[in-house]
Design a protein around this ligand. Structure first.
Ligand SMILES: *Cc1c(COP(=O)(O)O)cnc(C)c1O
Length: 347
């Protein structure tokens, strides 16, 4: 059976064209700064986002954690939404790597307002409090169901940060989905963020790779932290070549993933087992089951039909669309979702 894997957009495999680009890459020792393909990727990504410099890393967790390490000191604090990946899914790394705490905002589906951020900034003249140093946004918001910030919203948050002398970091693991959905220009991001983490291993389909972007001085310090974290890779140009290929070929097509996610939402809303669906904005579909199925039973029922999904909390299910989901898989998924609606649940 052909498996339709909707667990995440990280499950994609390189295409023959991407593999060809990897085989053909000129490489060198990147710890010595001598890998031309890594250097080209770092420059390309920085230019795209209007930033000065880039740093190639093995994962988005590493790019986020390096950025937080460089922006903070122990006993300082990071403001982020309570659903943020840096808080929920990076193993408590902020406390471990940086000795910093988090001020958690209850935003709307992962999105914080400028007023919410401002309300969480600690007064400077009181020894009880940690010192606020950094605000971190996630775009798109994973746990929010793929919601995105527009450039106008980002500009308003940046204004608050500048006024209070705080750094602004972007966890842009799915920033390309946000850009395609909003129509905003990547280059403008450089006006507002002090650092940006982008993942090429998600919707863009590279096997490995994230890039941290910032000023030359920031990246110089980040490079030192990357080495300490064990992320200094040698002939990494083979991986960077896949990332360059992905940046050049796989951004525009993300709207196809968004269309597929929207079709899943429409089908789910017509079934008898769904209580609610978070309105789909990009490539993530998060929905809540009523009591016809438990989340574990629903995931098992899909698995019987060759469809893999993620149980995402009590009665919650997540699908993520990506470039390895073919039109046939899509048809199959919609028909299985419909058929589960009519079926009696076997106990
Ligand atoms: C996937 C993801 C990351 C980074 O994950 P890695 O698996 O470490 O590359 C960071 N932030 C968000 C929102 C993500 O979805």
């Amino acid at each position: 059976m052909n498996i339709t894997d909707l667990r995440s957009d990280t499950v994609t495999k390189p295409t023959p064209e991407m593999l060809q680009a990897m085989f053909a890459a000129p490489v060198g020792d990147d710890v010595y700064g001598e890998d031309p393909t890594v250097n080209a990727l770092e420059e390309k990504a920085a230019a795209m986002f209007g930033m000065e410099a880039g740093l190639f890393c093995p994962s988005g967790t590493m790019t986020n954690q390096i950025a937080i390490k460089v922006h903070t000191q122990p006993l300082t604090e990071v403001i982020c939404d309570i659903t943020a990946h840096i808080h929920q899914y990076e193993g408590g790394g902020i406390a471990f790597n940086s000795g910093a705490s988090t001020a958690l905002v209850h935003g709307n589906r992962g999105k914080m307002t400028p007023a919410q951020i401002e309300a969480n900034i600690r007064p400077l003249d009181n020894v009880h409090f940690p010192e606020t140093k950094l605000v971190a946004l996630e775009n798109t918001c994973n746990k929010g169901g793929g919601t995105f910030y527009t450039l106008n919203e980002i500009a308003a948050i940046s204004e608050v940060c500048k006024r209070h002398n705080l750094a602004l970091h972007l966890d842009g693991a799915r920033v390309f989905n946000a850009l395609v959905a909003s129509g905003d220009a990547a280059k403008e991001y450089g006006l507002y963020f002090d650092s940006i983490s982008i993942c090429i291993s998600k919707g863009l389909g590279a096997p490995v790779g994230s890039v941290l972007l910032g000023t030359k001085d920031f990246i110089k310090r980040a490079r030192r932290v990357r080495k300490v974290f064990g992320g200094g890779m040698r002939q990494a140009g083979y991986l960077a070549a896949a990332c360059i290929y992905a940046l050049e070929n796989n951004i525009k097509r993300l709207k196809e993933d968004h269309r597929k996610a929207k079709a899943m939402e429409e089908t789910l809303l017509q079934t008898d087992y769904v209580e609610s669906v978070l309105p789909v904005e990009t490539n993530i579909v998060i929905f809540k089951l009523n009591d016809k199925y438990t989340d574990a039973d629903f995931v098992a029922a899909l698995a019987k039909e060759g469809i893999r999904a993620t149980a995402f909390g009590p009665q919650m299910i997540r699908f993520v669309t990506h470039l390895d989901i073919t039109d046939e898989m899509m048809q199959h998924t919609l028909s299985v979702l419909k058929s589960l609606s009519k079926q009696q649940v076997e106990v």
